[in-house]
Design a protein around this ligand. Structure first.
Ligand code: F6P
Length: 545
């Protein structure tokens, strides 16, 4: 049985609000004030969501009745809430040092985290000075290549890109992710193997893409040293929870930085997974990122639902997904520095919340994760915004803007922000047929009516605006933590485990079965379905052609 798309307890509010256009809702100043909330450098504006005071109160009653504070506190304290894997979920402990509230996480975990942070700081400092031989690293490193995928790539990639103005001079960052050999090929033609440090990041140290790319880079560096493995190993660090596998792959134990079972890959930026970020922005800024996240942790732990940003974001998602039946959400940052935010959120949200059974193995009652998609504005306006304004589907949007840019090109920035504000306004207000008719000055009445119909905008299309005062390590940390806690809240409200990802396993195991059939060509393909067999044959035919 498929889950209900609509929540019955919200139905009366949906019906009432179906008769009220966002144009009218926006006239209520008190409502706007209630739906605009701030936490430190982050302003969250939900006033363009199709909610009124009554609907919000119903959502508030729902979350209060759900026991969300106890669930939240259990996560912070290290209860094994990832039940299918029997694990705690302690990414918040990774940044507890920046918190003003005492951490309830187990002392042992906090001590290991602290020790690892000290190792990272010392390594970053030494590499910055050009001599990290004490840490097993070759001298004169100019380029750092992070090899990893999913949570072992997206967080550091997002943050390294977003914090470009904070990069330390002398070290360039690169990300090698896809198993498509093209990226490795290009990097090897661009970099000097004797000045490259490769950070292999893999929680399991079994991920096909990561290990293949690691092998390619290791061979490249080995050639430069004529097979001298001792010299080769000085160009590798590993970040993993599987130290034994990293060591047998060839990274000396002292060059392995830990991950822990109590941190999920997509929540791991704050751990040694952020090593390449720390190398890019320096320890001071890395700690500032942790502090920004910790401040949002404190806010999540202490604010009532009415002013609690992650809780409000989760309630709005629940409203759009389960009350309004919206199946996707577009994330559009108006900041080139946040180009990778959408793909980061795709993993964070869809890998966490794309579930159809509860931890008890029962079908979920309501639809879960919407599809998350999007790209930077204003580029997006010139691609798919036509459909968002006048298409037949309503897609809630999330606009993310930065008040003060990291450059002095004010005219550009004003244009950027004015577009963000204009899009949110246009989507909400629309343009009526009468307004369009008033603009159509020429032609017969019928010609004017035909043109006006095409120039009418329904409006009433919901969006959220998130404004950061500035894009700094602190505000970025806070923004990411905000989304992490939103995901936690939705997992709680939907009654699913947001911290496992069994849905990625089937494809991985079929790929392992198919690989020999592509490799040698003579492998038995009879166990595959007819479409897979035909495509394998087509690939062989064309390879030989
Ligand atoms: O395939 C999904 C996944 O398991 C993600 O959850 C994870 O972030 C990614 O692969 C990489 O895994 P690892 O860090 O173990 O290489």
């Amino acid at each position: 049985m498929s889950p209900e798309r609509r929540s019955s307890f919200l139905a009366e509010h949906v019906d009432r609000l179906a008769r009220t256009h966002l144009r009218d809702l926006l006239k209520d100043a008190a409502r706007g004030k209630q739906l605009r909330q701030r936490a430190g450098p982050i302003l969250l504006d939900l006033s363009r969501q199709k909610l009124d005071g009554q609907a919000l109160a119903a959502l508030g009653d729902h979350v209060e009745a759900s026991g969300w504070q106890a669930a939240r506190d259990a996560m912070f304290a290290g209860a094994p809430i990832n039940t299918s894997e029997g694990r705690a979920v302690l990414h918040t402990a990774l940044r507890a040092g920046g918190s003003s509230l005492p951490s309830p996480a187990p002392r042992e975990a906090l001590e290991e985290i602290q020790h690892t942070l000290q190792r990272i700081d010392a390594l970053v400092h030494a590499i910055g000075l050009g001599d990290a031989s004490e840490f097993g690293v070759a001298p004169g490193i100019t380029d750092v290549v992070n090899i990893g995928i999913g949570g072992s790539d997206l967080g550091p990639r997002l943050a390294v890109g977003a914090l470009a103005p904070y990069h330390v001079p002398g070290v360039r960052s690169h990300f090698l992710t896809n198993v498509d050999g093209q990226s490795a090929y290009e990097l090897m033609h661009q970099l000097d193997p004797t000045r490259t440090l490769v950070v292999v990041v893999s929680k399991t140290f079994t991920t096909q893409e990561t290990l293949l790319n690691g092998n390619v880079m290791r061979e490249w560096i080995r050639r430069a040293y004529h097979g001298d493995n001792a010299k080769v190993s000085r160009h590798f660090l590993a970040v993993t929870a599987n130290v034994t596998a990293a060591e047998s792959w060839g990274v000396p134990a002292a060059q392995v930085y830990p991950m822990w079972d109590f941190v999920g890959g997509r929540f791991s930026l704050w751990s040694a997974v952020g090593l390449s970020l720390a190398l890019a922005i320096g320890s001071y800024n890395f700690h500032a990122l942790l502090k920004g996240a910790a401040q949002v942790d404190d806010h999540f732990r202490s604010a009532p639902w009415q002013t609690n940003l992650p809780v409000l974001l989760s309630l709005v998602e629940l409203w759009n997904r389960n009350a309004q039946g919206r199946s996707s959400r577009a994330v559009v940052p108006y900041a080139d520095l946040l180009t990778d935010l959408t793909s980061y959120l795709q993993q964070l949200e869809m890998e966490s919340l794309g579930k159809q059974v509860t931890p008890q193995g029962k079908p979920v009652a309501e639809a879960t994760s919407p599809v998350v998609w999007g790209s930077v504005g204003t580029n997006a306006q010139h691609a798919y915004f036509q459909s968002l304004h006048q298409g037949t589907d309503v897609v809630p949007l999330e606009f993310i803007g930065v008040v003060k840019p990291a450059h002095d090109l004010e005219a550009n920035h004003d244009a950027l922000l004015s577009n963000l504000l204009a899009q949110a306004a246009a989507l909400a207000l629309g343009k009526t047929l009468d307004e369009a008719l008033a603009e159509a000055k020429h032609g017969s009445d019928e010609e004017r009516r035909v043109l006006a119909a095409q120039r009418t905008f329904p409006g009433d299309r919901p969006s959220t605006v998130i404004l950061l005062d500035e894009l700094t390590p602190e505000s970025l940390g806070g923004l990411i933590a905000l989304y992490e806690h939103k995901v936690f809240m939705l997992g709680h409200l939907w009654g699913i485990n947001a911290f496992d990802q069994w849905g990625v396993e089937l494809g991985k195991s079929i790929a392992r079965q198919i690989l020999p059939a592509l490799d040698g060509g003579s492998a038995d393909t009879s166990m595959f379905d007819s479409a897979t067999r035909a495509l394998i044959e087509a690939i062989h035919e064309r390879r030989l052609a």
